[in-house]
Design a binder for this molecule. Structure first.
Ligand SMILES: C[S@@+](CC[C@H](N)C(=O)[O-])C[C@H]1O[C@@H](n2cnc3c(N)ncnc32)[C@H](O)[C@@H]1O
Length: 221
């Protein structure tokens, strides 16, 4: 294993001590809303998606024996270095957009996309500003560790609700178990019929926490 990097779920993931990351930090600066490193909840998300992968809804797959017409479209919100989205691009051939409020994170995401042999789009935006018609352009919204302040609970719940209203948009969010996330997730269970469960990915990843899955295939609508 090369110095200052790890391999997980088929991806190369660089540490802050890696020379490429140091170079990006000098050129682009340090992300300032905690997007300054790769967070372990992304490993939980990769593990969960390896078991429950992103899929096109039957209505999007084309009729009969026809091959499906397009790739799954993934929006990673609060992407930071964007490894969960990059995992979807590499593993599922997904078209991936990384959204973050802080555009300083994008050179870190783009570099990880490059060293992992995939392409991604980026979108600077706060997740509270993402509209229903924006969400309707995607099949699945994924996120890891993006509900860490009290003021994030309501906007994030409303985003999940907009995804449900958009129709056919799945949302999967992982978290280490912060009380703010639990509050938001329990509201999604009560009001939107989302699933919420403990999830862990053992050695060598050693990550544990929770996953919220608003799966439009199974919510009974
Ligand atoms: C703890 S980091 C997690 C980064 C990445 N998901 C991971 O697991 O490595 C939180 C990320 O959410 C972004 N963020 C915080 N508030 C946001 C908002 N309102 N809209 C969009 N992104 C936001 C931050 O800039 C940061 O990149």
């Amino acid at each position: 294993m090369a110095k200052n990097e790890r391999k997980a779920f088929g991806l190369r993931i660089l540490n802050n001590g890696h020379k490429d990351i140091k170079r990006i930090r000098t050129a682009a600066g340090v992300p300032n809303i905690h997007g300054n490193k790769f967070w372990k909840s992304s490993l939980l998300l990769m593990d969960y998606l390896s078991v429950y992968p992103p899929e096109l809804l039957p209505s999007h797959k084309g009729k009969g024996k026809k091959k499906k017409a397009r790739s799954v479209r993934v929006l990673e919100i609060g992407c930071g270095w964007g490894l969960a989205g990059i995992y979807c691009a590499k593993t599922f051939g997904a078209e991936v957009t990384g959204l973050d409020a802080d555009d300083t994170v994008f050179p870190y995401m783009e570099h990880h996309a490059e060293i992992n042999g995939v392409e991604v789009e980026t979108w600077q935006c706060r997740y509270e500003k993402v509209r229903k018609q924006d969400l309707a352009q995607f099949d699945i919204v994924v996120a890891a560790d993006i509900c860490f302040w009290d003021q994030m609970v309501d906007p994030l719940y409303k985003l999940v609700r907009r995804a449900k209203q958009a129709g056919g948009v799945r949302v999967v969010i992982t978290d280490p178990g912060r009380p703010t996330f639990t509050t938001m997730a329990e509201r999604c269970v009560d009001k939107l019929g989302a699933f919420y469960e403990a999830w862990s990915t053992p050695h060598p990843h050693n990550a544990s926490g929770f996953v919220l899955d608003l799966d439009t295939h199974y919510d009974g609508d």
